[in-house]
Design a protein around this ligand. Structure first.
Ligand SMILES: *[C@@H]1O[C@H](CO)[C@@H](O)[C@H](O)[C@H]1NC(C)=O
Ligand SMILES: *[C@@H]1O[C@H](CO)[C@@H](O)[C@H](O)[C@H]1NC(C)=O
Ligand SMILES: *[C@@H]1O[C@H](CO)[C@@H](O)[C@H](O)[C@H]1NC(C)=O
Length: 250
């Protein structure tokens, strides 16, 4: 296997001329050593997995040729290489992310069923980015848009009533990052002829929110892949109890 034999040359990278001035290994040398060690590691893994495939197909051919060996072979010889290959796949596979609304509460609320009807609502929301990858997920600035009119009594096309802004950040490998966002909603863009007045009179205001979180999953400093996750929820603001209820997310 020529791929495996190449590893002999990699020692050139790190140990070139640092033995006499061992205290002052420069950062770039350190980086080179680090990278060469990683490349070595990946080369070993790659060799293992190639070997595993080779062994597997060779075994199959052998079994077809000599049928009577099948029973004694399959029982004991599902080798460690396959385990390695499976493990590699498990670690390197890019999984989907989840972007969720965990909770939402009313901070302040001003509402009037006058003509024109009016509301101004301050909400605090907690959202989470769940990352099940074996590497971190770095996401960009994200907007969560709230709409009136896309759900509930007068369901139709939604009208924007406010946006929440989420700063860029990162969700560590195999973890969930929770974030708090505040948002102020108002009825300024809602047309006069909507059913807002009757909704306010009933004491229940139906709202929706939606957002798309975009970013990159990075695996072991080598692999980067663009990924995004969407959130789409409907909710009802109870104007009497000042609570958000019936939160339903897709
Ligand atoms: C992200 O948001 C912050 C403040 O919320 C802003 O300063 C920054 O410029 C934004 N970055 C991008 C790429 O839009
Ligand atoms: C909506 O109603 C208010 C008060 O009745 C009025 O001042 C405003 O011009 C109306 N807007 C539209 C777009 O009809
Ligand atoms: C409200 O008025 C707009 C025009 O101002 C119209 O396009 C829309 O269909 C009306 N909606 C309803 C529910 O009557």
């Amino acid at each position: 296997m020529p791929l495996c034999r190449y590893s002999g040359k990699l020692t050139l990278l790190g140990t070139g001329r640092s033995s006499s001035t061992s205290t002052s290994i420069s950062q770039s040398q350190w980086l080179m050593m680090h990278v060469s060690m990683m490349v070595l590691g990946y080369a070993a893994l790659l060799c293992g997995s190639l070997l595993s495939v080779a062994v597997h197909s060779a075994k199959k051919h052998f079994m077809v040729g000599q049928r009577y060996y099948i029973t004694s072979y399959t029982a004991k010889d599902t080798g460690g290489f396959e385990l390695l290959f499976g493990g590699l796949w498990l670690v390197m596979r890019i999984r989907n992310l989840k972007f969720r609304l965990l909770s939402i509460s009313v901070e302040d609320l001003k509402v009037a069923a006058t003509n024109p009807p009016y509301f101004n609502i301050k909400l605090n929301a907690q959202v989470a980015v769940k990352n099940t990858n074996f590497g971190h997920f770095k996401f960009e600035n994200t907007t969560i848009s709230f709409d009136y009119g896309a759900a509930g009594a007068g369901a139709g096309v939604g009208v924007g009533v406010g946006d929440a802004f989420l700063d860029k950040g990162r969700s560590k490998a195999r973890s969930t990052k929770k974030m708090n966002v505040a948002v102020e909603l108002n009825s300024n863009n809602i047309p006069n002829n909507s059913s807002l007045q009757s909704e306010i009179e009933s004491g229940f205001l139906a709202l929706t929110c939606h957002s798309k979180l975009s970013g990159k999953v990075q695996l072991m400093k080598l692999i980067k892949k663009k990924k995004s996750a969407e959130m789409r929820c409907a909710m009802v603001v109870n104007l009497v109890t000042r609570a958000v209820q019936d939160i339903k997310c897709q």
